[in-house]
Design a protein around this ligand. Sequence first.
Ligand code: CTP
Ligand code: MG
Length: 234
Amino acid sequence: MAYQVILPAAGQGKRMGAGKNKILLEMNHIPVFIHTLNIFETDDECQGIYLAINPDDEAEVKKLISQYHIRKVQALIYGGTERQYSIFNALKCVKPQGVILVHDAARPFVDQGQIHSLTDAADETGAAILAVPVKDTVKRAEGNMVAETVERSSLWAVQTPQAFRFSLLLDAYQKAERDSYLGTDDSSLVERLGHKVVIVEGNYDNIKLTTPEDLYFAEAIMCKRKEQIKQKGD
Ligand code: CTP
Ligand code: MG
């Protein structure tokens, strides 16, 4: 299923505390956002990449895209003060057709098989998200007191990518703007339209690099993948 992808990369990475946007940090000597871009660059189904950037990073991002021969980036779009605004800016630039994926540039481990399951589901139903079952027991609190234990079997930790028919995603973003609604993911904007969203079970490797310890998890995932490639070659 052909699709276009919006990659929000316009944050500041405050929780990472690296003194620069975390998408520019290196894993295996390659910047995080280049790892993410390469997943889409090498996917034949991906028709175009729209990258939302922080204007402060523009020169470096342009240099790296050229250095790593990334050819599918159709536009660099200045982001806004919130992730949702960055994505809306990019959404106004994509070709108004087909399935649109939204994927955090700070999630460099998503695999192409899962992207394809997701885009197929979005093509069929209009909206689909990747998520994994919650592993921890979750409690709702009032102050520092437990108010209730939430039934875990129905809880999912939501990731990106999230995939939508273009027209549905545009409607959702326009309504959110009209209502001054700020959601924490794209699906929540579509849910507000009353549209059903399908969950596609994802993979625990698809982490978002958020705080410094995530870099250790990232290193472990890369080691595991190198080992798997080596074993296949043996
Ligand atoms: N993002 C964006 N525009 C913003 C904020 C975030 O495009 N105004 C992007 C980030 O670059 C990241 C993704 O959205 O790829 C997920 O956001 P998050 O993990 O919160 O990244 P940051 O906002 O950069 O980190 P922090 O919240 O710690 O500052
Ligand atoms: Mg943020």
